[in-house]
Design a protein around this ligand. Structure first.
Ligand code: EPZ
Length: 432
């Protein structure tokens, strides 16, 4: 049970480099299975969700070679198995992409229901609806999703709600099928476009990614490729909020400003100064922050993954702000932790009202999920005194080298390994 220890009220300043996008990488890595030749992936983030995706690929029979820290060569042409067991699939939500890619290549897949952050009910009925529309027989067998088909035939699919995972899974399943598949009410997040660009670089025929209508014309072969994954817009947004919350001056490098627009627009309204360059942005903030009302929405709306982060920043605003979480049923579990630091937030269902308090006080807190953990880090950086954060394994699923990156900006943060052996009852710093 490692934890972070943060001494707050250090202004962040300097430059930080954003890593490859987690939610693109965890889709593109399984998608390599669709290729008839080896592929090389660049700008792959060094995070535990990527390690789990690679381990699943390896267990299925793929060969994996690290060319350097962020470049990986994957040969999945000798895959012998199409089963992903519970022990691996339970470790992350994105294990469901092995359903779409194994089914798309071998017309069969047997993958355990996914794990991942608890954000309320997270069914995969729309994924199953798409696979069945494409010709699959689907069954839930002791927690395992079983899909098989004689033929994958193009079809039209209209999703009951905008869903990132089901949109990507349908593209994975359909791209080697026969005929034309049309997805309507498709998700438009940057990672959807990245997955489509990756598959098209292998010879797929996917049109309209990034809009709410995506067309996939099935092809019967896909060749190898070398592809660089987009930068992580949520990691970038996290550092934007951290810079603002500490009244800092930070240049955030390796970003695509267009992907950040939903975040940039909101932060500007709160009073954060953001200068955009070709592949970087500069964030400064004199404060005070202005209260605002935010509703999370599918891209290009305000991203739900930034909801805990912006809520933390609004604790320092003057007046009351209202946040409506319209994507997930239960994404306010971090509020109790912020309250321990002095935040005044009331939650009623999907709505949180944040009364600006001007200052937070350091305290021992526990991360309930990935982005909530990042929000608690931001709270600790801005708070007066010391904050200790437990359950940091959630954070390390999605943020590469976050302690190193924050320390390089002047933060006083360290990761401490808590030796739980009662006889030892000691703590040692694992990396400064
Ligand atoms: C992806 O989750 C991301 N995870 C999430 O990021 C992100 O918050 C979410 O998209 C929304 O942008 C990955 O990409 C691995 P959805 P996903 O399908 O695919 C409901 C992070 O912190 N729904 O777009 O699970 C669902 O319950 C994580 O990086 C169904 O009802 O999200 C939710 O209410 C957290 N049936 C809504 O749709 C389905 O079959 C959106 O879910 C699928 C989804």
């Amino acid at each position: 049970m490692d934890k972070y220890i943060i001494k707050g009220k250090r202004r962040l300043s300097g430059e930080v480099e954003i890593s490859g996008a987690k939610n693109a990488a965890v889709a593109i890595i399984p998608a390599v299975i669709l290729s008839d030749e080896p592929c090389v992936l660049e700008n792959v983030p060094n995070i535990s969700d990527v390690s789990i995706s690679l381990k699943i690929l390896y267990e299925l029979g793929a060969q994996i070679e690290y060319i350097n820290d962020t470049t990986i060569k994957i040969d999945a042409t000798q895959i012998k198995d199409t089963v992903v067991p519970y022990e691996l699939a339970k470790l992350m939500r994105a294990s469901y992409y092995f359903l779409g890619t194994l089914f798309g290549k071998y017309k069969k897949a047997r993958v355990s229901m996914p794990g991942g952050c608890y954000l309320g009910d997270r069914p995969i009925d729309q994924h199953i609806k798409a696979f069945v529309s494409l010709g699959a027989t689907a069954a839930l067998d002791h927690g395992m999703v079983d899909i098989t088909a004689d033929e994958i035939s193009g079809t039209s699919i209209f999703f009951d709600m905008v869903t990132v995972g089901a949109t990507i899974n349908t593209i994975l399943a359909a791209c080697r099928g026969t005929g034309l598949t049309v997805i309507e009410n498709a998700a438009r997040e940057p990672q959807i476009v990245d997955v489509a660009n990756f598959l098209n670089s292998m010879g797929a025929e996917i049109m309209g990614a990034g809009t709410d209508v995506i067309k996939i014309r099935g092809v019967n072969a896909l060749h190898g490729t070398t592809y660089s994954i987009i930068p992580d817009q949520i990691e970038a947004g996290t550092f934007m909020v951290a810079a603002a919350a500490t009244g800092g001056d930070v240049i955030i490098k390796n970003v695509i400003p267009k992907h950040l627009e939903p975040i940039t627009n909101r932060l500007a309204k709160i009073g954060v100064n953001i200068e955009e360059f070709d592949d970087s942005i500069r964030v400064t903030c004199e404060g005070p922050f202005v209260k605002t009302n935010i509703k999370t929405a599918p891209h290009p709306g305000f991203p739900t993954d930034m909801q805990p982060l912006i809520a933390t920043l609004l604790c320092f605003a003057e007046g009351a702000s209202i946040i409506t979480e319209d994507i997930f049923d239960d994404r306010f579990r971090y509020v109790d932790e912020l309250r321990r630091m002095g935040a005044e937030i009331s939650v009623d269902g999907k709505v949180a009202v944040i009364d600006g308090v001007g200052e937070l006080l350091g305290a021992p807190v526990s991360a309930p999920d990935l982005r909530a953990g990042a929000a608690l880090i931001v709270a600790g950086l801005a708070a007066k005194g010391v904050t200790e954060i437990e359950n940091i394994q959630f954070v390390e699923r999605g943020y590469e080298d976050i302690v190193f990156k924050l320390r390089s900006l002047g933060a006083e943060i360290e990761k401490v390994e808590v030796i739980t052996d009662v006889t030892l009852n000691s703590q040692k710093i694992v990396n400064g």
